[in-house]
Design a protein around this ligand. Structure first.
Ligand code: ATP
Ligand code: MN
Length: 530
């Protein structure tokens, strides 16, 4: 292909962009590599991945995300701290300033889809200032075929200009940084941050609005995989709980690692790529993900690189703890190519309980499943500052509050119906601490979490015995192949038993207090779970 075939100066007039210099049209990975290097955006690593830094922001700028408050969405959006309203006129003003900013610039356009399902996919255009952000979009979304590209009309457009900084007094933003969704104009504006994850998570936000609202399709912050017989399992969980890690399993085919829809036919991936946490990545525990860090096309974010040898150090956290790899799902050896699977037989809710209270696995009644879905519990370890060793509970409804544009009850009701209709087994899996909380116990071995998940999925656990635990009323299996029996009951592995009981009671209280907000919107059975 000649360079001329993919660069032009025109074609973005419908967005008001009339004076760009070069426009790269859905450039392939190799062209983006060349441009990343030419523009000094990143370095090619010794085995072929590309290393970049995201700059000031190494994670999402949660406080800078807005939704334009206009008539089409006003009544439906769950306004609050997550979905902050933005003034429509301010939006138009900011858009004009962005258009001026783009004059004379080279722009990278990726036309692609969000959603593997033909019935529900959303054609998306990402117009990016940086070549590596364009590669990110290419990796993360569903690629269009050459034929599809000819006729692809974007339904939603992301204008991603990290080097443009807003002036809050003029633009109506909080800071120089902004991520603004406009449902009426079908545009998302991003500025002031080079964290590429904003691109995928803002599209996830609009799918979380459009799919349940218009089509009664459940959108979920979960990973999914399928067994040899096509049996599907989905894994809900907040960041760092193991969605990506546990869904990449040598015995099962990966459907997707982060975002899925569930319609009348089954589940489908929203994405075409994965975004794995790679700090201290172990070749032994996570071989599939480890291999992706050496492949052409993979973007390594904020990973330390030796500028002489171009070797990377996955254990180096000097830029951030949250180092990431973005890669097309085809970099994983066993995948479901279509991105589509059957109705799940198993729903697994992952939590990383740093208090070490919750059992490594428990079977949930449908009511408990609703309770835990609405609670969306995980814990954050306080980190190493100033000798803080106490973990902090974090409740994020639907295991993804920052991305849920509608009221949580909309998602909960859809999930509830589907669990009942398809007779789904539900499980709670604690990938966090065991034998004591953070600072005393240790994190659950990945091998144990995998063994537990597999025994749940293949029916081994359901065929065995369970015992009811006294604090949360959870049903704990008494045995699981590949996992020492004593680990299954958290009380067993705590040396300080009275302390376990105190900690468990305190956690139950935190759950109850958090759940007060849902009291009115759930059935009595669900409200009575704890
Ligand atoms: P995000 O939504 O941010 O993508 P995620 O749910 O996909 O988060 P993972 O990327 O799977 O989270 O991160 C889990 C992290 O925890 C990985 O770094 C993994 O190595 C580590 N880990 C340690 N012990 C376990 C365990 N028992 N199960 C799963 N992951 C574990
Ligand atoms: Mn993940």
């Amino acid at each position: 292909m000649r360079l001329n075939d993919i660069t032009r100066g025109t074609g973005l007039e419908e967005h008001g962009i009339t004076n760009a210099n070069l426009i790269y049209w859905t450039p392939p990975t190799a062209v983006l590599y060349e441009q990343i290097v030419k523009r000094s955006e990143g370095l090619v690593t010794h085995q072929g991945a590309v290393a970049v830094k995201t700059g000031h922001y190494t994670g999402r700028a949660a406080n800078e995300k807005f939704i334009v408050d206009e008539p089409s969405c006003h009544e439906h959006v769950n306004w609050g701290k997550v979905n902050r309203p933005f003034d429509p006129e301010k939006f138009d003003g900011l858009y004009k300033r962005l258009l001026a900013y783009m004059h004379g610039k080279d722009l990278f356009v990726q036309d692609c889809f969000a959603g593997a399902s033909r019935a529900h996919r959303l054609p998306v255009r990402v117009i990016a200032e940086k070549a590596w952000h364009s590669l990110f979009a290419r990796n993360m979304f569903v690629r269009a075929t050459t034929d599809e590209l000819v006729s692809l009309k974007p339904e939603f457009t992301v204008i991603d200009m990290p080097n443009f900084h807003a002036i809050p007094a003029m633009d109506g933003t909080n800071t120089e940084t902004f991520i603004i969704v406009n449902f009426a104009r079908k545009v998302i504006l991003i500025g002031g941050t080079s964290y590429a994850g904003e691109i995928k998570k803002s599209i996830f936000t609009i799918l979380n609005y459009l799919l349940p609202h218009h089509k009664k399709v459940l959108s979920m912050h979960c990973s999914a995989n399928a067994g040899e017989k096509g049996d599907v399992a989905i894994f809900f969980g907040l960041s760092g709980t193991g969605k990506t890690t546990l869904s990449a399993d040598p015995r099962r085919a990966l459907i997707g690692d982060d975002e899925h829809g569930w319609d009348d036919a089954g589940v489908f991936n929203f994405e075409g790529g994965c975004y794995a946490k790679i700090i201290n990545l172990s070749r032994e525990s996570e071989p599939e993900i480890y291999e992706t860090t050496r492949k052409f096309g993979t973007i390594l974010e904020n990973v330390a690189i030796d500028t002489l040898s171009r070797r990377i150090d996955l254990d180096d956290d000097s830029f951030t703890e949250d180092t990431r790899a973005s890669y097309p799902i085809t970099h994983i050896p066993r995948i479901v190519k279509s991105g589509i699977g059957a109705h799940p037989n198993n729903v697994i809710m992952l939590t990383c309980d740093a208090f070490g209270v919750l059992p490594p696995i428990a079977r949930l009644t449908p009511e408990q499943a609703m309770y835990h879905f609405l609670s969306g519990y995980t814990a954050k370890v306080a980190g190493t500052e100033a000798g803080i060793t106490e973990p902090q509970a974090a409740f994020s409804t639907c295991f993804g509050a920052p991305f849920m544009a509608l009221h949580p009850s909309v998602y909960a009701q859809l999930l509830n119906e589907k669990i009942a209709r398809h007779n789904v087994n539900c499980w709670l899996v604690n990938t966090g601490w065991s034998g004591g909380g953070y600072g005393v116990g240790s994190r659950m071995k990945i091998a144990y979490s995998r063994a537990l998940v597999n025994a749940a999925i293949d029916g081994t656990l359901a065929a065995g015995e369970f015992r009811k635990e006294e604090f949360f009323g959870l049903m704990i299996p008494t045995a699981c192949p590949g996992v020492p029996a004593e680990v299954l009951d958290p009380l067993n592995v705590w040396a300080d038993k009275p302390n376990y009981k105190e900690t468990a009671k305190a956690l139950v209280d935190m759950f109850r207090k958090n759940f007060e907000q849902y009291g009115g919107s759930v059935s009595d059975e669900v409200a009575k779970v704890l």
